[in-house]
Design a protein around this ligand. Structure first.
Ligand code: UD1
Length: 423
């Protein structure tokens, strides 16, 4: 397995291009299953998770062709041969569950293996199943698979009232409702930019949707959906991650294509920590000029709150803040696995349940550390940039699931980072 060698750095300067959103692309791709006409996505990120979704869709008989080095995905589901998502593919990525709604809506049945994914808590799929039931489907869990069957006339509109906000379950419900008969109301819907992006794409395909971006989405089912071309929204998590590089090392970096609306709650915390963020025509210009960052408290929440997917990276920044910061993780249990690794680098962190208290130290020290999940991997790289000496982050395969060319992007702004290929 590859590892990444990071050497502590001085100030960074330059531009970092931000890719299309992994999490948007992972729900836009299964949307192709809703139609027999082509769906083309531009601004797709080049990541192993996207390749996993490609393999999954191809296993169902969909055509998926990566053009322009993977930045464009041309898809067609006119000749679908299967409605069964096999364990061998699904176990690699939890987002595989997103084929459930589209398959069920278009073909009246689906079999999807229960998913795997990052080891950051239990992460059940009960809300996805309840949403399909609210549209009239019968759900049966057998042999590690979800067996879903629509009523004889197909899915019918209904009220889906989520007891807690789920991004994936909202996406599955939204896709399924586009082809259900009648009106569907999704209450306590997730409001993430990726949901808005999905709704915009589905609308281009002919769906009747209103209210996306609010907590109540209404869908009027249509008979069939057509083709579309859609540009994937900017990745707000990649954006926030790279915004932290100059925040940690000092200097000034512009994250190309970034806008404040994607990361407003995160920007508020950066501001409180003493980091300046300015929206320019090119993107977000982030600068840290003088002194240590200030300690800030952070609580993760569904959008528009502070994203859980930036919690680990924010912790890396706060490890060297002046004072104590309290980070509360409200979305996932067991999402502080980066804390013991940061401690190996000299950070002072105490974790009690879903709360971590970080007592800032003057400087971290390089150490061999191990990546445990996608966002933890990149937080260790960020911490390495701020540390004295060398840090080797091992087991970085998670990183390639969510960040394209991380070494190239950071090297381009002056970071000392290289990949050590496994033998
Ligand atoms: C998505 C993102 C992930 C992000 C997360 C929260 C994708 C591909 N992944 O994951 O990067 O960290 O949103 O912003 O878009 N839950 C249940 N039952 C369910 C579904 C979820 O109890 O059926 C719980 C989860 O365990 C978690 C919470 O709901 O505690 C939120 O999870 P959810 O929003 O569904 O996350 P994902 O869609 O899996």
């Amino acid at each position: 397995m590859d590892s990444i060698l990071v050497t502590g750095n001085g100030p960074l300067s330059g531009d970092i291009p931000i890719a299309g959103a992994k999490n948007a692309c992972l729900t836009l791709m299964p949307a192709t299953l809703l139609s027999d006409e082509p769906l083309t996505l531009t601004n797709a990120p080049r990541l192993s998770d996207i390749r996993t979704m490609t393999v999954l869709l191809q296993s169902l008989g969909a055509e998926v062709t990566a053009l322009q080095e993977g930045k464009v995905l041309a898809m067609s589901s006119h000749g679908l041969t299967s409605q069964r998502a096999e364990y061998d593919i699904v176990r690699k990525m939890r987002a595989s569950i997103l084929v459930l709604g589209p398959l069920l809506a278009r073909f009246g049945q689906a079999e999807v293996s229960l998913p795997g994914g990052c080891a950051i808590g239990a992460r059940p799929v009960d809300l996805h199943l309840k949403a399909m039931e609210a549209l009239g489907a019968e759900m049966d869990l057998r042999d590690g698979y979800v067996h879903a069957k629509a009523p004889s006339g197909g899915l019918r509109g209904g009220v889906i009232d989520f007891p807690l906000v789920s991004v994936g379950a909202t996406e599955n419900a939204l896709m399924a409702a586009t082809l259900a008969k009648g009106t569907t109301v999704i209450r306590n819907a997730a409001r993430e930019p990726e949901i808005v992006d999905l709704a915009q794409c589905l609308r281009k395909m002919g769906a009747h949707i209103s209210g996306e971006g609010s907590s109540e989405i209404t869908v009027e089912g249509v008979e069939r959906l057509g083709g579309a071309t859609h540009r994937v929204v900017t990745d707000r998590i990649e954006l926030g991650t790279y915004m932290l590089a100059p925040a940690i090392c000092g200097g000034e970096v512009t994250c190309l294509g970034g806008t404040i609306d994607l990361v407003a709650a995160f920007c508020e915390k950066l501001d409180a920590a003493g980091i300046s963020v300015e929206e320019t025509e090119k993107g977000l210009k982030v600068a840290r000029r003088n002194g240590r960052v200030k300690a800030v408290d952070v609580t993760t929440e569904p959008f528009p709150g502070f994203p859980t997917d930036l919690q680990a990276q924010m912790m890396a920044l706060l490890c060297t803040a002046d004072g104590a910061s309290v980070l509360e993780e409200k979305i996932f249990e067991n999402r502080f696995m980066h804390a013991p690794e940061l401690t190996r680098m000299g950070a002072r962190i105490e974790v009690h349940g879903g709360t971590a208290t970080v007592q800032g130290v003057e400087r971290l020290k390089g150490a061999p550390v191990m990546a445990t999940d996608l966002r933890a991997s990149v937080s260790l790289i960020l911490a390495g940039l701020a540390a004295e000496g060398e840090t080797v982050v091992s087991r970085v395969y998670h990183l390639d699931r969510g960040y394209e060319n991380v070494e190239d992007k950071l090297r381009a702004v002056g970071a000392k980072i290289e990949r050590i290929k496994s033998q």
